[in-house]
Design a protein around this ligand. Structure first.
Ligand SMILES: [Zn+2]
Length: 182
């Protein structure tokens, strides 16, 4: 591991921990409920959010009939998540209620984008590229599917972490066409 890889992992850990802290704050949990030594496990997450949240073991998740794998990471299904999906250290979360509103390639792109954060760190452009190249390699993303992804992210406004939707889309089109896997 080189220095930049180490720095990248440190940055990712900080970002993810910040995200976890924010989320737990948003759920108005007591301080006792938050493990002092790190982010929650999937079991702790499910216990915290309650409702019908449940854990799907690694390798068992299917999106529109297609099996989705993110290394040995499980997925928590949480209809109360305030976004389509999220990456937590060691597991993914998806909101089935929101996911059911989008097409199959968009679902798989969302999952793969969050999976990319597990392995490639917090950079959004890198996660986008990882997701479209995985889709091309596995055969679930075509040019038409990529345009659906572009339409899906179009309303996103740019901020420090998330470039504007159209900018991300240009970058993904380049990545999709690039035979060199990043
Ligand atoms: Zn992201």
């Amino acid at each position: 591991m080189n220095n930049s890889a180490r720095a990248n992992i440190a940055a990712r850990t900080q970002t993810l921990i910040a995200a976890v802290a924010f989320m737990i704050g948003g759920l108005a949990l007591t301080q006792n409920a938050q493990a002092a030594d790190g982010p929650p496990t999937p079991d702790e997450y499910v216990a915290h959010v309650g409702g019908d949240a449940r854990i799907v073991p690694a390798g068992a998740l299917k999106l529109d009939g297609g099996r989705m794998i993110c290394g040995h990471r499980p997925t928590v299904l949480d209809n109360a998540l305030d976004d389509y999906a999220a990456a937590y250290p060691g597991f993914l979360i998806i909101n089935p209620k929101l996911m059911n509103r989008v097409s199959t390639p968009v679902k798989k792109w969302i999952y793969s984008h969050e999976c990319a954060h597990q392995f490639r760190g917090p950079d959004e452009e890198t996660a986008d590229c990882f997701a479209v190249q995985r889709g091309r390699r596995q055969g679930w993303l075509t040019d038409a599917g990529l345009e659906e992804v572009c339409a899906f992210i179009k309303p996103a406004k740019g901020d420090a972490m998330h470039l504007s939707g159209s900018h991300r889309c240009e970058s993904m089109r380049r990545c999709f066409a690039d035979s060199k896997v990043r």
